[in-house]
Design a protein around this ligand. Structure first.
Ligand code: ZN
Length: 244
């Protein structure tokens, strides 16, 4: 496994870029090597569940949505000057119980509810195993799990199990942190320095535009122009250690 100065742990293709894209670009411009590890980028097994099919319809990516989302992620990260590595676990909408083949989550709202026992044990462990292979000279940036999406909670939990506390910074999960977690997250946006760097925010927008399957969904906007205006209104926020 390659050693990077920074690893940004991204539950899905798009979380690292939307939540920390300006910082990633700033670090890369300063000559640091930055890797994005997109955890839930694997192919699911078996047939698509109704929830998976409806998600894929919304994304509008055709028959191999997983590969298409990887390509979007690849293009976005390369605009920021970062490399990307993909984990093998599938997105929650594709995961099934190995004992009886039933989908772990049948409805959209369940993705934000109780974690399925299979995820609590096996998926967390698989992700933790993948994270132990990452080596960072300086820091790991991990999600705070604002919004409570099960994949974000698994990412945070697995990171807590294996990443060295002293090297961890947490990022506010955007867009979720713009509403639910906004008042409780104690992270800061420095008024000077990396994350207020105007050029980096501009490059971040060009990277965000690569996620054409996701932008309308995460912003609620009807045109890509509106969606990018919304993304540009979000401020990236970080805090040392694991967020509570
Ligand atoms: Zn996500």
């Amino acid at each position: 496994m390659e050693r990077n100065d920074y690893w940004v742990v991204s539950p899905h293709a798009d979380d690292a870029v939307l939540s920390a894209g300006a910082l990633i670009h700033f670090l890369a411009e300063a000559g640091r090597s930055v890797g994005v590890f997109t955890i839930f980028a694997g192919h699911g097994r078996g047939e698509r569940s109704p929830l998976a099919l409806s998600a894929e319809r919304l994304w509008g990516l055709g028959s191999d949505a997983v590969a298409s989302r990887q390509r979007e992620d690849q293009r976005a990260c390369s605009r920021l000057g970062a490399t990307v590595r993909f984990g093998e676990s599938p997105d929650a909408v594709y995961r099934r119980d190995p004992t009886d083949g039933t989908p772990l989550y049948a409805h959209q709202h369940e993705l934000f509810g109780e974690m399925h026992p299979h995820d609590r044990k096996a998926t967390v462990q698989n992700v933790a195993d993948e994270l132990t292979e990452l080596r960072a000279n300086h820091a790991f940036l991990v999600p705070s799990a604002h919004g409570d999406h099960v994949d974000h909670r698994i990412a945070k939990h697995a990171a807590q199990l294996v990443l060295p506390d002293r090297q961890v910074w947490s990022y506010a999960d955007l867009p979720y942190a713009e509403s639910a977690g906004r008042r409780t997250f104690r992270g800061s946006t420095p008024s000077r320095g990396p994350v207020s760097d105007t050029d980096s925010y501009t490059v971040k927008l060009s990277a965000a535009a690569e996620y054409s399957s996701q932008l309308a969904l995460v912003t609620g906007a009807s045109t890509s122009r509106q969606a990018l205006a919304i993304v540009s209104s979000w401020s990236e926020r970080f805090t040392r250690g694991f967020a509570r």
